[in-house]
Design a protein around this ligand. Sequence first.
Ligand code: URA
Length: 189
Amino acid sequence: MNEWESLRGECLNCRRCALAETRTNVVFGEGNPQAEVLCIGEGPGEQEDLTGRPFVGRGGKLLDDMLEIIDLSREKNIYIANMVKCRPPQNRDPLNIEQEACSQWLETQIRLIQPKIIICLGRIAAMKYIRDDFKITREHGQWFERDGILRTALYHPAAILRDPRRRPETFEDLKAIQAKIREICDHTY
Ligand code: URA
């Protein structure tokens, strides 16, 4: 078994925090583990918990549509994973202790995928994977480099569903991501 498959197997059996008691499924992530682009969300909601797949609810459908505009898809050329792999009850924010217990899974996924670009979906992911005082309204769509990986953030799809006025800005951000991919990623993108 390769390192990716053994990581997945271990993660699916994780009992490092109390969310293991209430989850239906661990949501490990999905997509192409050789992708040059990694999307990071916050944590599973109800549909994700029920299916074991990231971003499959209404927000997930919007995310897929947004990514398709710039020829990105989880079937082909990106990987999508969450910071926290199990759904907190009633969709409450994950506690620090839960985030800390979980963070090693995503850290290892990043090490194995070796993405050139990380797209944080929403403020919480941006605060962990770009900068801890990240301001999503001011800094979405901007580029930051950390550990040799270029990083940017989009509004979370659920936030765009709540406030459709965020769509035009998000469209601009997607175009900027497409330009950056053309600049630094493999020609297959
Ligand atoms: N929101 C997230 O951040 N991740 C999911 O997988 C679903 C909704």
